[in-house]
Design a protein around this ligand. Sequence first.
Ligand code: SF4
Length: 352
Amino acid sequence: MYRDNTRVIRIGDRVIGGGNPILIQSMTNTRTSDVDATADQILRLEEEGCDIIRCTVPDEASAKAISEIKKRIHIPLVADIHFDYRMAIMAIENGADKIRINPGNIGGEEKLLAVVEAAKKKEIPIRVGVNSGSLEKEIVDRYGGVTAEGIVESALDKVHMIEKAGYENIVVSIKSSDVMMSVHAHEALAPKCPYPLHVGITEAGSLVSGNIKSGVGIGIILYEGIGDTIRVSLTGDPVEEVKSARIILRSLGLKKGGIEIVSCPTCGRTDIDLIDLEGRVEKMLSKYRDLNIKVAVMGCAVNGPGEAKEADIGVAGGHGEGLIIRKGEVVRKVPESEIVGELENELKKTFL
Ligand code: SF4
């Protein structure tokens, strides 16, 4: 498998590549220079299971904010740099655990060398990558448009630029908003690239479209044994990105642990406001994220207990009441207003 054979790269206190667990990344959408807002958002992301966070560094104030943000958070921080090599160096000096640059637009070989020297000194990795939207015109013309082959060629060019500067502490990412182009590009790149790959579908869109495109694209790529870190890009709260990334990894059996909620799709038998109930159960369960259990939320007392058999605990809604279930057996009936509290009591009694 590709991911078993890549180099092992250290990002802060985490390691990726070489068969290490696949880590979840997200990106803040605050002004990085606003230390309070950025650190608060990162803490919320950590709570949800984010392993690595990326922050944009468009100016000096943002680069300088990194050292203060890092004092307040517990996961590695990646500085995202566009165009200005001085921001890259400043971000590294202020404690960034990894930087993401485009070696092609950092201002020439000399400036790239200066960035590589700074990264070398602190032994932090450089992520280089290609986004289909910013593929070089010459490559686009040569391939007759944006293609998977062109994306791979451009990514390898950038890898070689860093290697030529004498550094091999590299992570690579190639992104396209076209799901299957992204899949084909990863399939073509993985055999040629000894470095860990960061996988994501870019500009994937709103919650629904972004989740589906990412689930399909990242899912296929991971299933093929490619990818060491993932990001689900959504137009919305980055906390949702982390939730979705966890579900993708769990669905593929690539992440163990954590609570899995199964809920029925509702039907004509549904006896309770299941959408509201599921939301309240999910919120209650967020306090117990480290437990490795399956929780069922079902809409009726007729089929609910049977359908929830594979869950560790669950609830089946009835008229103004709910049945608390353990391993498919009804343990007690409770009034509707007490369902979530009683489910939590059952969880504590059984698993804590
Ligand atoms: Fe319908 Fe009950 Fe099945 Fe839910 S559990 S889909 S309400 S039959």
